[in-house]
Design a protein around this ligand. Structure first.
Ligand SMILES: *Cc1c(COP(=O)(O)O)cnc(C)c1O
Length: 245
């Protein structure tokens, strides 16, 4: 291994350990228990080799955004015998025409956001005789260009999944706030997602234990509001290479 490589690996380790430490401190400050919040290491646009290195440091849970890229990366890791106990979550927007690739291929889909996608996933899961854990992505900022369902539409989608999609297991909600890298300024959006979850739980009787919220620039504040998954990319892997396409 050359020196530049060794120094990159050292930096990766330092960044990863520092995220773990920040997470541990945040969980402690929030008066929550270690283990209440799972770290999803977001590896989109980073190579399989980087995933293997972070997995080698003990990280088991990884999040990917792009279906094709995720499946290729996983095949590469498996082929190199490096898949180990790595588990994968889909955290990017899923088009319904890609449902066949996604259904049953991820431990959790964080981005269910339409009846159409729910139906497509359910149909594919049925064909494969599998069940799929899902979170509904909510557009908490009410942004026109953002994916995620409008908060007013949330009960309708949840009831649809409950009544018509027996292969989907709805576990909670996910959001991406309209402010980026904004630290405490993101906190009201996390609080809003939690309120939406609590209300939906009361209205439907569904158990919705999970809240996926918080990224590199704001995850400590998400932990304060009850996040059970934080999705951290840049502060672990460093800046992302540009997307090819
Ligand atoms: C890329 C991405 C992240 C990670 O963002 P960072 O700011 O790099 O930590 C988290 N969640 C989603 C949905 C993403 O697309």
């Amino acid at each position: 291994m050359d020196q530049a490589q060794a120094s990159d690996d050292r930096e990766l380790r330092i960044r990863y350990l520092s995220v773990l430490e920040r997470l541990e401190n945040a969980v402690c400050r929030a008066g929550r228990k270690a283990g209440d919040v799972a770290l999803v290491a977001v590896s989109k646009l980073h190579p399989a080799g980087a995933v293997a290195k972070v997995a080698g440091m003990g990280q088991t849970l990884f999040g990917e955004n792009y279906v094709q890229e995720a499946l290729e990366k996983r095949a590469e890791l498996a082929q190199a015998g490096l898949a180990g106990d790595v588990r994968w979550h889909m955290i990017g927007h899923v088009q319904s025409r890609k449902a066949a690739l996604v259904a049953g291929a991820f431990d959790m889909i964080h981005t269910l956001d339409s009846v159409k996608l729910a139906d497509e996933l359910n149909r594919r899961c049925l064909a494969r005789d599998v069940f799929q854990n899902c979170l509904v992505e909510v557009n908490v900022g009410g942004e026109a260009q953002k994916s995620g369902i409008d908060p007013q539409e949330l009960p309708r989608l949840a009831v649809h999944v409950l009544e018509s999609c027996p292969r989907l297991r709805l576990q909670g909600l996910m959001c991406i706030p309209p402010v980026y890298d904004a630290r405490a300024a993101a906190q009201p959006y996390f609080a809003e997602l939690r309120r939406l979850r609590d209300r939906l739980q009361a209205e439907t009787g569904l158990a919705l234990p999970h809240l996926s919220m918080g990224m590199s620039g704001d995850f400590e504040w998400a932990v304060l509001e009850g996040a059970t998954f934080v999705r951290v990319g840049t502060d672990i892997f460093g800046p992302r290479p540009a997307k090819q396409s």
